[in-house]
Ligand binder design. Structure first.
Ligand code: ATP
Ligand code: MG
Length: 279
């Protein structure tokens, strides 16, 4: 039995062929090559049609329309405010997240020089902004940010070095003991806003204070939630209960749009809205 060569497989994945096509088996190499030619031709045609449709009708990439839906839900229904903070953060913030201790993120940071790096997550900036907003207003703080985060990843179908996180945080609006319940309400609200019905909420406990809630679709983690009081809070001068969820917008687009890899739908110069430009 023959399967597609590595180069042929890569080309089919690039053109976003179905898994069933990519894993097809053949009697002979000649038969395989003939099938490949046909499949490639058909997929090129499909990609061209999609590109024209994108230009004529859709115009907004799926990842950005997902951001839009979450933003509308948060601002209009949940009374969250949007903030925007810098992509470049100080080494001090990394230290306060305890990333430089036993954390897999430690090796993943893009350092710009000894004192600055590209943010691997939004949490450090949000910790600081929510703390100060609360200090000034003394009212429950609900804020979110959507923006690029950077991690040195070993690549693969679900990880990129640059990806978009939407992180919501709520400080002092939730009672102690009710954080997990609130996280679940927010997670379900997000899935409703995105019209995703088939998802799983997965609770995990690590250490005494650390409990997390992941949202999974088809076994893919699309978001991760956490809450405090948390051992790190004191580093940030935070003493009120809080909850937060970080959504990976490209992961959501990948599962929603049925893309073979996250690279199709992430920030790219080779793809536009999941459509290959190598046609
Ligand atoms: P994973 O275990 O899948 O690597 P993680 O637990 O390290 O993810 P978190 O730090 O919880 O990720 O980040 C929140 C969300 O951001 C994840 O649920 C995922 O959707 C997304 N995400 C994290 N890392 C990446 C990446 N390198 N590329 C794309 N999306 C990512
Ligand atoms: Mg996670």
């Amino acid at each position: 039995m023959e399967t597609y060569s590595t180069a042929q497989k890569q080309r089919l994945i690039e053109l976003n062929a179905d898994g069933a096509i990519i894993n097809q088996k053949f009697e002979t190499v000649e038969e395989r090559n003939a099938f490949f030619k046909k499949a490639e031709k058909r997929l090129i045609k499909e990609n061209k049609e999609k590109l024209n449709k994108f230009i004529e009708e859709e115009r907004l990439p799926l990842t950005l329309s997902i951001e839009d839906s979450l933003e509308k839900w948060l601002i209009q229904k949940e009374a969250f405010s949007r903030v925007a903070t810098p992509v470049i953060i100080s080494a001090d913030k990394v230290r306060k997240m305890n990333i430089d201790h036993d954390n897999h993120l430690r090796e993943q940071i893009f350092w710009l020089d000894g004192r600055k790096c590209l943010r691997p997550m939004l949490a450090p900036n949000l910790y600081e902004v929510m703390r100060d907003m609360y200090r000034v207003t003394r009212r429950p703080i609900r804020i979110f940010e959507a923006g690029s985060c950077f991690r040195k990843e070993s690549q693969g179908a679900r990880h990129m070095n640059e990806f978009t996180m939407l992180n919501l945080v709520e400080l002092a609006g939730v009672k102690n003991g009710e954080q997990m319940e609130r996280l679940e309400v927010l997670a379900r609200g997000a899935m409703e806003a995105l019209e995703i019905e088939d998802y799983k909420l997965v609770r995990e406990t690590s250490g005494v204070y650390i409990e997390t809630l992941d949202i999974e679709v088809d076994g893919v983690e699309i978001a991760s939630g956490a809450y405090g009081p948390h051992p790190l809070d004191a580093n940030w001068g935070i003493f009120e209960p809080w909850v937060g969820i970080g959504f990976g917008l490209e992961r959501i687009a990948m599962v929603k749009g049925g893309y073979q890899t996250i690279k199709h739908i992430g920030k790219s110069i080779a793809y536009v809205n999941g459509i290959s430009l190598k046609l």
